[in-house]
Ligand binder design. Sequence first.
Ligand SMILES: *Cc1c(COP(=O)(O)O)cnc(C)c1O
Length: 234
Amino acid sequence: MTERASDLEGRLREVQEEIAQAAARAGRSGDVRLVAVTKTFPADVVRAAYEAGQRLFGENRVQEAVAKAPLLAELEGIEWHLIGHLQTNKARQAAELFDMIESVDSVRLATALDERAGRRGIVLPMLLEVNVAREEAKSGFDPDTLLQAVGELAQLSHLQLRGLMTVAPLAADPEDVRPVFRRLRELRDTLREQRSLDGFDELSMGMSGDYRVAIEEGSTLVRIGRALFGERSR
Ligand SMILES: *Cc1c(COP(=O)(O)O)cnc(C)c1O
């Protein structure tokens, strides 16, 4: 094994251990999944992580994933989540490639994905991205519009609403964004109850800088790049 590969294996193990500890602090059992975010890294890096046992990967741009995933098609059980903003005109490619779209941020996009999934004869799992802190530069539903959006999306038969996702504001101290994570959990619980949604359980929240706090607040999917693969050059 190359030195680089064994480094990666060590970091994966470390992050998994941190995830388990954060879950234990919150009195939770093993229901947190690690999404290894491989954006900007080549297919070789994905393969090394796969060989170290990782199966679930996140990419934020369709074009990049379209180039990378076919090089890894022989890796059995590999799963891809889209975690970045998706333009409606890329809905077809996204519905063909990804196992889950975590970043659905409009009813219009969801409708386009539903149509594409329907043509493929599949049901596509998705999360609704929420701009919890209402930051100008960020995509995602305004928390106040979620209830109505979920009502409209429940009609779409080729999409499966699995939960919510958020990207917390940058913070020097992750404790500062704890309320954002808590709010996302409350939103999920409220929607699940008010709309009687079955299987609306996922909370994708937490990145390299803040995933421990996110897990303490109920995260089921942590999206981690830098802590596994190092700093990105872009
Ligand atoms: C890049 C990215 C991540 C991972 O961020 P790190 O700080 O590298 O862990 C998580 N979520 C989204 C939406 C991203 O674009």
